[in-house]
Structures are given as C-alpha cells and as structure tokens.
Design a protein around this ligand. Structure first.
Ligand SMILES: C[S@@+](CC[C@H](N)C(=O)[O-])C[C@H]1O[C@@H](n2cnc3c(N)ncnc32)[C@H](O)[C@@H]1O
Length: 284
C-alpha cells in the first residue's frame, strides 16, 4: 500500500472506473468454481478484496447461495452494488468494509472462500493460514496469485517484480504453501493472457495519456504513472514468463461436506427456490 496520502489518491485515480483491479475474467472465475466440485445448497461464499466486484457478481449469478464481499475501500463496494443491481443479483450479495487481516466473522462461517488478486496484500501464506478457520470443515478455497511460469525469467522482469512484489514464487511453491497451511489442492490453472488485458491493462493504458497531462508538474505522480506504464509494457513483452494462477483447494483433514449430511446440492441460480432471501446490509 502507498503510504503518502496524496500519492494514494493518485493511485486511486489511476485505478478508478476500471472493471477490475487486477487480472481476471468471468470465464476463469467460473472455471475455478467448477473445480470446487459439489457445493452445499445455500452455499455461503466470502469474497475477500472484492474490488469493484466483477467476480462477486459472476459468483452470485452462478450459485444458489449468498456472497459476502469485503474490501477496505467503500468506493469499490459502491461500484459492486451498482453492478449487482444491474445484474439483478443484489439480493444475494452483502458488501462490507473490512480488513482482510482482521476479518469480522465467526469460525466456520463459510463454505467457500474466494480471493482474486488480493491475497498478496496480507501475504499469501499468512492469508491462507489466517482464513482457514473461517471455512467449515471440508470447505473450499479459490485464490489467484502472481507466479513465475518458467525458471530464470529475463532480468528486466525480475528487476521490476523484485521491486514491486518480491514474494513472487512458482506454482509448485504455492501448492506447497497451500498444503502447509492445511488445504488439499483440488486443481489450478493459469489465467489466459486476455484476462490481463480486457478488463484491466487495456482500460488502464487508455487512461494514462490524460493522467500524464494532468500530473505533468507532479514528480511523485509521474513516477507512479511510469511504474504503471512499465508494468503494462513488461506484460506485453514477456507474457510467457509469469502469470496469474488460480488455485482451488479444500480445507484439509476432516469432514463431511454439508451436502452429504442431507442437504441438497446447490442448483444453478435460474432454478432457485422460493426460500431465497436477501442478506444485504452494509458496513459503510
Ligand atoms: C488487485 S485488487 C483485486 C480486486 C478484485 N478482486 C479484482 O480482481 O478485480 C485488490 C483489492 O484488495 C483491496 N484491499 C487492499 N487492502 C485490503 C485489506 N487490507 N483488506 C481488504 N481489502 C483490501 C483493494 O481495495 C482492492 O480492491
């Protein structure tokens, strides 16, 4: 996180209005959801670091359950609410301001934890270990993380990511971390390159010329814009060396899924029963 409040405002302005705040796409969200296997009826999902909520809405549309979406920034939650209302799934979603480092939920409150492009903020291992108790026994976790896809990446790439996110690791290391934190991996895949561009880098790149003009006299803002541009340029040059990996896992070590204790498996949202109810109620 950027410490200087003025610069953080510039960061927010750079990011403002983008459909996503990091790489991702609905196709990948749904592919990861299919790797979760059978989920209980009325599935309770927690989407951590939801941002403007593209994946939140995709989950709410796909599942016959409820999605609690948390983010530190109220502006993103308002964007999520607009999106959810437009897609007629607001009644399935509760948006809440909360810090992923201190989530305000009781143990075993959720059947599925979701986190696209945000676990790095708490630290991948730290986040997985801390969040595990929020899952009911046998619950599922789906998380994306930046990874090296090949050994010995080119120097400009290593230099950039060592400065921006030195904790980048390879897929095997992240799978080991999942196991060490008490999860059994169920599957993983690399997000397609289009998931970096369509909803993230392409609209971000389109904003940069106007931002450069506005901040021409502000050295720190210009440096931030340079870093953003460099990140996009490196992706264009070296897409095969690194990626975003979707990891899907099951809370290890125990238990009978709720659905096997007598509940019906979840149905597609189009087949929902009259028992559905809204859980909207907001913390901001
Ligand atoms: C890279 S974005 C990903 C957003 C969204 N999942 C997506 O894929 O578009 C990371 C998100 O985490 C949020 N965030 C940052 N620090 C946080 C914290 N301590 N607790 C909760 N959310 C946080 C940011 O506001 C941002 O929305």
């Amino acid at each position: 996180m950027i410490e200087d409040p003025d610069l953080f405002d510039v960061f927010l302005e750079i990011q403002h209005g983008l459909p996503r705040q990091g790489p991702g796409c609905d196709e990948s969200t749904l592919r990861a959801l299919s790797l979760c296997g059978e989920l209980p009826a009325g599935v309770r999902v927690l989407d951590i670091g939801c941002g403007p909520g593209m994946q939140t809405v995709a989950l709410a549309r796909a599942l016959d359950g409820t999605v609690t979406a948390v983010d530190l920034l109220p502006a993103y939650l308002r964007e999520l609410e607009r999106r959810a209302t437009r897609d007629e799934v607001a009644f399935r979603i509760a948006a809440l301001v909360a810090d992923m480092r201190a989530l305000p939920f009781a143990a075993e409150s959720f059947d599925l934890l979701w986190c696209e492009g945000a676990a790095y903020i708490a630290g991948f291992e730290t986040a997985l270990a801390a969040w595990r108790s929020l899952l009911r026994p046998g619950g599922r976790l789906a998380v994306t993380e930046l990874v090296w896809l090949r050994p010995h990446p080119p120097a400009p790439l290593v230099g950039f990511w060592n400065a921006e996110y030195p904790a980048v690791r390879d897929v095997e290391t992240r799978l080991e971390a999942l196991r060490a934190a008490g999860y059994d991996p169920l599957g993983h895949f690399t997000l397609p390159d289009t998931a970096w561009w369509e909803h993230y880098y392409a609209p971000l790149a389109a904003k940069l010329p106007a931002l450069r003009a506005r901040y021409a006299g502000d050295r720190s803002a210009r440096a931030l814009l340079d870093t953003t541009e460099r990140e996009i340029e490196l992706r264009r040059r070296f897409p095969d060396w690194y990626g975003y990996e979707f990891f899907v896992a099951r809370r290890a070590g125990e238990a009978t899924p709720r659905s096997r204790r007598g509940a019906e498996p979840t149905r597609p949202a189009g087949e929902r029963s009259g028992a559905d109810r809204s859980i909207r109620g907001h913390g901001h």
